[in-house]
Ligand binder design. Structure first.
Ligand code: FO1
Length: 315
């Protein structure tokens, strides 16, 4: 099938499938919508962790063991900052720092985040369009007891230890969807929408919380395929399973399918979850969803696209 593929992704888990999709699709066929709810201003820099993880992954610069930042990184800036008593809980590598400096400089000159990310991906030789979900500020905040936490405080400084009772996507209600996304969703040139196996609450929900986004996806002509971030009752990485338990949601692929119910046409689960029960109107497809090698990423990408194309042919 031809046409563009729109992938919704957050950080580490989503970036793996995004790389697989980029490798199996032709140049320019993949457009990635990145979550900006994790963004924050730190040490005076505008930092967009999920966009950067996606960018580095697509550019072949990502550090595979950490899952964020650049490989072969050096940490002289961090060491010198610590020597000066500066905050070093959020690690900024020397080469990574250049990206934050350049993004902050461009944003300060009035450039939009979309324009900055498009410039950076071209400079790094990435053919895939990497688009923020919005150019307006949206910040994911988490309530634990009576305390509201900023996202990176929760995720990095507190290592996801606080029990989360509520999540807010501050600013989402007045954020405007990035226009290119709505144009794709409303257009005729869309082959599939792929909801990558990122954390549904921390990476995908901020994107869907932007006015118009959820309805544009639900009403778009192309099949919508989500990949389960839960395999056999566990999240591959990150706080997804812990958060589901804290929300009183069973930690199963079935529960994630229910979460996405009215939005998706197909739900891709791992072979370990072949007995997942998805809501009636959703097709369930099994695939090997644990992505370790590049071949795993490409194989899952092909399974996702085949599932979408099968839906298109049946319509
Ligand atoms: N995650 C950590 O656990 N520790 C860090 O020191 C850290 C630094 C960091 C710097 C740049 C960047 O783009 C990401 C960074 N991350 C770090 C990951 C980040 O917190 C997460 O990628 C997302 O916010 C959640 O996906």
């Amino acid at each position: 099938m031809s046409g563009k593929v729109l992938a919704l992704a957050g950080g580490i888990g989503g970036a793996k499938l995004v790389l697989g999709l980029a490798r199996v699709l032709g140049d320019g066929e993949l457009v990635v919508v990145g979550n900006t709810g994790d963004d924050f201003n730190h040490l005076g820099f505008s930092i967009s962790p999920d966009l950067d993880t996606l960018l580095y992954t697509l550019a072949g610069l990502a550090d595979r063991s950490r899952g964020w930042g650049r490989r072969r990184e050096t940490w002289k800036f961090m060491a010198a900052l610590e020597q000066l008593g500066g905050p070093s809980w959020f690690r900024l590598g020397d080469a990574d720092l250049a990206l934050h400096v350049e993004r902050t400089r461009r944003l300060a000159s009035g450039e939009s985040l979309t324009s900055v990310m498009d410039h950076l991906r071209r400079e790094l030789g990435v053919a895939t369009r990497l688009v923020p979900m919005t150019d307006d500020p949206v910040r994911t905040r988490l309530r634990s007891g009576r305390e509201w936490l900023d996202f990176q405080d929760y995720f990095v400084r507190l290592r996801c230890e606080p029990a989360v009772e509520e999540i807010a996507y501050v600013g989402a209600e007045s954020a405007r969807p990035q226009p290119e996304i709505l144009a794709l969703l409303g257009g005729k040139d869309l082959r599939a929408v792929v909801i990558c196996p990122s954390n549904p609450f921390l990476s995908i929900e901020p994107i869907l919380a932007i006015p118009g986004m959820r309805s544009a996806i639900a009403q778009c002509a192309a099949p919508v395929v989500a990949v389960s971030p839960i395999i056999a009752g566990r999240a591959v990485k990150g706080p997804t399973a812990k958060m589901m338990r804290e929300f009183g949601i069973e930690v199963t692929a079935t529960a994630v399918a229910r979460h996405y119910a009215r939005l998706i046409d197909v739900f891709v689960v791992d072979e370990a979850d072949v007995d997942a029960e998805v809501p009636g109107e959703v097709e369930c497809v099994t695939a090997s969803t644990l992505m370790v090698t590049l071949a795993d990423r490409k194989r899952l990408a092909r399974s996702v696209l085949a599932a979408a194309d099968a839906i298109s042919r049946s319509r």
